[in-house]
Design a protein. Structure first.
Length: 125
């Protein structure tokens, strides 16, 4: 899978996180509302992906995946505050754990797929 698709999957996971959070708090599930909630984390994800040299490291858990995850959470929370929203301790914990599972989980799965594909092509040679 091309790295741009993996970045789009990561962004979709962030949007899903925002939508689920809005649903849990009985907030409207409108596209503008979901995007407003997701935007700080999407901006942070793109920035951290660029810092981690995403095209070459899109499926690495360590250290690039952890860098992207930690940076997305911390930079995203900072942007959220700058945009005038709140960041209660419970939200920080939920965002950290949820985005960790989503972003690191995607990297673990795509890394596994790459290793399997590599093993198949080596065996076929």
């Amino acid at each position: 899978m091309r790295p741009v698709w993996l970045l789009l999957i990561d962004l979709a996971l962030v949007v899903g996180f925002a939508a689920l959070g809005r649903q849990q708090h009985d907030l409207p599930l409108t596209a503008p509302g979901i995007l407003a909630t997701a935007a700080p984390f999407m901006i942070a994800l793109v920035a951290m992906s660029a810092v981690s040299h995403f095209p070459r490291t899109h499926s690495r858990l360590w250290p690039q995946g952890v860098l992207v995850w930690a940076g997305t959470v911390s930079f995203g929370l900072a942007l959220r505050l700058l945009f005038g929203d709140t960041a209660a301790v419970a939200f920080v914990v939920v965002a950290t754990v949820s985005l960790g599972v989503l972003l690191l989980g995607r990297r673990a799965l795509s890394g596994l797929a790459l290793r399997r594909a590599s093993a198949r092509s080596t065996a076929a040679s």
